[in-house]
Structures are given as structure tokens and as C-alpha cells.
Design a protein around this ligand. Structure first.
Ligand code: CTP
Length: 398
């Protein structure tokens, strides 16, 4: 039976959490309720225990009886954490990484999807600090069921009313299903630039930071895939559950990718692989007077093109960095490299792409059709791309 954790914080709409428990049970989902201490002052945990059939966790840091409950163990067992209602306080704690009670500590331990349904007074909800916290959590992949406008406990009407229980439950179930959509599949992602060395000090590289690839790796993990991340040099923290392979040069990248290719069901090449390298790479630093004008540059192997030749039933996705005729050029690459999908970036566009948290891309299909996204965070773009890949995988497997 699917187990989810329902975090309950202290909003007047707390009574609606009872309805959420019931609706989840109707859908054969077992619910472990976690209340904040203030929430337990509004409604007795006994009511939630009776409804859920499980002892409610309030704050085992203070309560010796339930101190036995290991948050790390529970975090591994659940398929989803829903917080409904979520106050400005708990949202702020999650966004700030503060872990000073069970619910906020638990949040830092979960790896499954997290869904938050805020409920508060309109001024608090629209406050720039609250909105900044929400944005930050969204960038980390947390999902929200936005509150609605209506009559609020403070006897005002406005934004901030908890979304209807039905809507929260449906969104939660959708997330659980999404989190398993790549179960049993291996996704190989490449990310970042490569470095082609002239000597131990000097190299050719490019402006890629690896962000798009790391976000795609995260998103594939969130959907239940085994992820192999072959990464050029970046300053990013790798997703802890990905199998990370660090590389420097295009040749290294080719070697690692080919080594893992047979296991992969999907390959996403976001890496900005250098197209050129020095014909010779010296083991010691070359003195400038010896450099002269005759440094020879030769092509590197095209990793993706090689994969295209041996792809079989695998799904191959490429990226295209373009400065003109973006979709046309991307489509040529898709055909040339035998891909299922190519994501085209106009690298001259302001405020997106290289070194940015934002991107705007065209998703180009083999039949020449393309869809341009809005300017979105790279987290959101990675969701759009994974949705398209999911459709292609679905079609291929019949
Ligand atoms: N790619 C690769 N090996 C290379 C160069 C590129 O595997 N040596 C992959 C990239 O990871 C990307 C796709 O091919 O998914 C397209 O890369 P891009 O640099 O846009 O195009 P190129 O094929 O290198 O062509 P050009 O630089 O001339 O636009």
C-alpha cells in the first residue's frame, strides 16, 4: 500500500486536513500525519490518529514516547510528502533549510516529491518574502497547489485560502504517478563543458556551466530513473543519487558515455562538447617564446553522432547551441545524428542559457515540428523536456 506523509501546520483551515486524509484513504493510500506543535494546539492529534489509524507525530524532540520514530527511516518509506495547510512559517523554514522541529527536519530528509498547499492571510501570502520563499522551493523542485481567493479567517476576502482538498489529493496522486514514470529505466545525462588541454595550464573550453544537464538529471531521478551523470568540470553539487562520472576532455566523455551506453534506455546529451582540440598536448607548461604561430587544432570525436549510429531502441536527445536559424539548424543536427528529439537554444538571447538559471528553448521533433517554451527556470524546462521524452518512450514501448 502506498504510504504518504501529511504535514499539518497551524492554519484555521486545519480542519480540511481531515478531508484530505479521508480522500486519500478512498484512493487506497495510507497516511502518516505529522503535526507542528502549534497545529496540535488547534486540533488534538487524537482526532488525526483516529482518522488515519496511525499514531500522529507531533514533536518527538520533546515527546519521549514518539522519539523512537526515526525520521530518516520514515522518509525512505513514503512516496510523497504533502504539507496542507502550510503556513508562511513552515514554508520559510523549508526554504531556509531550518530544521528545528520534526516536520522541518523531516523535509530535509525526504527524497520523494513534496507538495505544499499554502494557507494564510492575503498580506502574508503576497508578501515578497513569502513569494521569494515559494519561488526558491519551486526552483528546488517542490510543487505547490496555489491557494484560492475567498473568505479568510481574518474576516477579509482575498488570496490565501487553502485549495480544495480534492485538488490537493489529485495533484498529490499525480505526483506519485509521475515519480514512478521512469522506474526501471536508466537515463544517461551528459553535462557541462569539456576542456581540451594545450599544456597543464591552458585549454579550450566554452561557457557551459552544466546547470541544464544537472537539472535534467534531478528531474529524471524524481521520476524514478537510475541516472548516470557524465559531467565536465562544473561548480555544481551533483544530485546525490546519480552515479557521477567526472570527465575533462571530449575523448574522456566519449569513453565514459560508450562504457555506460548499453545500460541506458535514454541518453540526453546536454554537454557542450568542445569541437576542437590541440593536435598535441604537452605534459609541461610551454614557454610563450616556443608557442610561435603554429598551434594545430584538430576535430574531437562527435560523441552523439556515434551514439546515433548504434542507438537501436534507445531514445537519443541532443541539444543545439545556435545563433541563427535556430530551429532549422537544430533539425539538421537531429537528422545528422539520428536523434529522437533536439532542444535548441538561441545562445544570443539575453538573460537565458549560459550562466543563467533561466532558459527558453525550442523543442524540435524529427518531423520538423517544433514548440517554443516561454522563458522559464531550468527546473521548469527540465520538466517540459522530460515530459516530451516520456511521450517518446511510451510510443516506442508500444
Ligand atoms: N556533441 C557531441 N560531440 C561533439 C559535439 C557535440 O556529442 N564533439 C553533441 C552535443 O552534446 C549536443 C549536440 O551534439 O547534444 C549538438 O552540439 P552542438 O555543439 O550544438 O553542435 P555541433 O554538432 O558541435 O555543431 P556546430 O558546433 O557546428 O553547431
Amino acid at each position: 500500500m502506498t504510504l504518504i506523509a501529511l504535514g499539518v501546520s497551524s492554519s484555521v483551515s486545519i480542519y480540511k486536513s481531515c478531508e484530505i486524509i479521508r480522500r486519500l484513504q478512498d484512493r487506497k493510500v495510507q497516511v502518516q500525519v505529522i503535526m507542528t506543535r502549534n497545529a496540535s494546539r488547534l486540533i488534538s492529534p487524537l482526532l488525526f490518529s483516529a482518522l488515519s489509524g496511525q499514531e500522529v507525530i507531533v514533536d518527538p524532540f520533546e515527546d519521549k514516547q514518539s522519539a523512537k520514530i526515526a525520521h530518516v527511516a520514515l522518509a525512505k518509506d513514503i512516496s510523497l510528502l504533502v504539507v496542507a495547510p502550510a503556513t508562511a512559517n513552515i514554508i520559510g523554514k523549508f526554504a531556509g533549510g531550518i530544521a528545528d522541529d520534526f516536520l522541518s527536519t523531516f523535509y530535509t530528509a525526504v527524497k520523494c516529491p513534496v507538495l505544499i498547499a499554502p494557507a494564510m492571510n492575503e498580506a502574508m501570502y503576497l508578501h515578497r518574502q513569502t513569494q521569494q520563499n515559494i519561488r526558491k522551493l519551486k526552483e528546488l523542485g517542490v510543487k505547490f497547489v496555489e491557494p484560492e481567493a475567498g473568505y479568510l479567517a481574518c474576516k477579509e476576502t482575498g488570496w490565501g485560502r487553502l485549495a480544495p482538498p480534492d485538488k490537493i489529493v489529485e495533484e498529490g496522486l499525480r505526483l506519485i504517478q509521475k515519480s514512478q514514470s521512469f522506474k526501471g529505466q536508466t537515463v544517461l545525462v551528459t553535462a557541462g563543458p569539456t576542456r581540451e588541454f594545450l599544456d597543464p595550464v591552458r585549454f579550450i573550453t566554452n561557457r557551459s556551466t552544466g546547470k541544464m544537464g544537472y537539472e535534467l538529471a534531478e528531474e529524471a531521478l524524481r521520476r524514478g530513473a537510475e541516472v548516470i551523470l557524465v559531467s565536465g568540470p562544473t561548480h555544481l553539487f551533483p544530485p546525490p543519487d546519480a552515479k557521477l562520472r567526472k570527465v575533462q576532455t571530449a575523448e574522456d566523455m566519449k569513453k565514459e558515455v560508450l562504457e555506460h551506453f548499453s545500460k541506458a534506455d535514454v541518453v540526453i546529451m546536454t554537454a557542450a562538447v568542445s569541437d576542437f582540440k590541440f593536435e598535441e598536448s604537452a605534459s609541461g607548461k610551454i614557454k610563450k617564446e616556443k608557442l610561435g604561430g603554429n598551434i594545430k587544432i584538430v576535430p574531437t570525436p562527435d560523441v552523439l553522432k556515434e551514439l546515433g549510429r548504434k542507438k537501436g531502441q534507445k531514445v537519443l536527445v541532443g541539444f543545439a547551441a545556435e545563433t541563427e536559424k535556430v530551429v532549422d539548424n537544430a533539425l539538421k543536427k537531429l537528422k545528422d545524428k539520428n536523434l529522437d528529439l533536439i532542444i535548441a537554444n538561441d545562445v544570443t538571447a539575453e538573460g537565458v542559457g549560459f550562466e543563467s538559471n533561466f532558459n527558453q528553448v525550442s523543442v524540435v521533433f524529427p518531423d520538423g515540428k517544433s514548440v517554443q517554451t516561454e522563458k522559464m527556470t531550468k527546473v521548469e524546462i527540465s520538466q517540459v523536456i522530460m515530459n516530451k521524452i516520456e511521450e517518446i518512450v511510451g510510443k516506442k514501448s508500444g
